[in-house]
Each structure stands twice: as structure tokens, then as C-alpha cells.
Design a protein around this ligand. Structure first.
Ligand SMILES: Cc1cc2nc3c(=O)[nH]c(=O)nc-3n(C[C@H](O)[C@H](O)[C@H](O)COP(=O)(O)O)c2cc1C
Length: 193
């Protein structure tokens, strides 16, 4: 791949949400394996590879749907929002695959927690770009049960590990709208003299 193609891939990548997927159309498992393999090629401090992925598809999506909607209902109390509940229940069923994104805390080396989290975020960008390169849609959500301690064990995480959200993947039915980014001068200080 030449630099202009990479620029195009990075700049045309968009979040595609479950309501924009073609429901009931699965993505080949081989592609999902490529997506996750690329995730594992992300930079990570100390070769710790601090990621843990749990991939839901088929009937697994029903398990995820039930788990996250019921846990939300249990925990929400007076703040219970029926629209949120329905989204947590329905969204997994609109996807082909949902990848739960876990950070497995590195305990054998002196690596600050934030660097394990940063490495996983790099892995998620690889997921975003690979999904986009295959012409598929997807997005990272940190909503729902992401930060509930009670959710962790369902995704094979415990102790100092952290659930960092979910990556939804599907075939694109409705193209996402145009996006914009602010100009460089608002975000960059050049120090060259
Ligand atoms: C750490 C992180 C968490 C996110 N969580 C959510 C979320 O909970 N719900 C959501 O609709 N989008 C979520 N997104 C996706 C953003 O909304 C999306 O990236 C942003 O709108 C920019 O659009 P783009 O990805 O098409 O460039 C998240 C993105 C990141 C990086």
C-alpha cells in the first residue's frame, strides 16, 4: 500500500452504527479473524499484548443481548431508561459480530495502567481500519454495561482487568454521512525555530 492509499483509508473510515447495518447478513469468519489478527499487531509497551477479545456471533449475540440488557435493568434503579434498555437488547441482534474489548492488565512488568489501555485503543483503531478496508461497517461503543464491575467476568476479565467497550461489525446498509475534522492549526503547535 502506498501512502496516498493509506491516507484515503484513514480519512474515509467512519463509524457505522447498528441501525445502518444490513441485519441478518453475516460477515465471513475468515474476515473477522483477519480483523482480530490486525488488532494484535498494534504497538504495546513491553510486548505485553494487553488485550482480550470475546467475539459474539450467531446465537452468541442473543446471549450478549440478554446479558447486557438484564444487567442494565438490574443496576439502573430509578434511572432506568426503557429506550436504553431496548437499544442494549436490540443492537447486538442487528450486528454480524460484536467484539467485547478487554484490557488484560500487565502485572509482570512495571507498565502503568494507562499504557495497557492505550495499547488496546491502538488495537481498536486497527480493527476500525481493517473493517473499513474490507468495505464493512462498525463502531466502538463504551455505552451500556462497559464500566460495570459486575460485567467483567462475563467477558473473561477479572481483578485489575478492564472492559473497554464493544466493537459492532456488520455489512453496510445505510452509508454514514460525511465527517469533518478541525484544521491542524487548532490542534498542532509547530516548534521549528
Ligand atoms: C473510546 C470511544 C468510545 C466511543 N463510544 C461510543 C458510544 O458509546 N456511542 C457512540 O455512538 N459512539 C461511540 N464512539 C464512536 C464515536 O461516536 C465516533 O468515533 C465519532 O462520532 C467520530 O465519528 P467517526 O468514527 O465516523 O470518525 C466511541 C469512540 C471512541 C474512540
Amino acid at each position: 500500500m502506498k501512502a496516498p492509499q493509506l491516507n484515503e483509508l484513514i480519512r474515509s473510515r467512519r463509524s457505522v452504527f447498528p441501525a445502518q447495518f444490513i441485519p441478518g447478513k453475516p460477515v465471513d469468519k475468515e474476515i473477522i479473524e483477519q480483523v482480530i489478527t490486525n488488532a494484535t499487531w498494534a504497538p504495546n509497551h513491553g510486548q505485553a499484548e494487553p488485550w482480550q477479545f470475546t467475539v459474539f456471533s450467531g446465537k452468541g449475540l442473543v446471549k450478549l443481548s440478554t446479558f447486557q440488557s438484564e444487567l442494565y435493568k438490574q443496576k439502573a434503579g430509578e434511572k432506568f431508561n426503557p429506550i436504553k434498555f431496548e437499544k442494549l437488547k436490540n443492537n447486538p441482534l442487528l450486528a454480524s459480530h460484536v467484539i467485547a474489548i478487554g484490557m488484560r492488565r500487565t502485572t509482570t512488568k512495571n507498565i502503568p495502567e494507562i499504557e495497557d489501555i492505550e495499547a488496546v485503543a491502538c488495537a481498536v483503531q486497527n480493527i476500525y481500519l481493517t473493517v473499513s478496508a474490507y468495505g464493512l461497517g462498525g463502531y466502538w461503543t463504551t455505552g451500556g454495561v462497559t464500566y460495570y464491575d459486575e460485567a467483567k467476568s462475563f467477558f473473561g476479565l477479572n481483578g485489575p482487568d478492564k472492559l473497554l467497550g464493544f466493537f459492532y461489525i456488520g455489512h453496510v446498509g445505510i452509508q454514514p454521512g460525511a465527517a469533518k475534522r478541525s484544521p491542524l492549526h487548532e490542534k498542532v503547535n509547530w516548534v521549528d525555530v
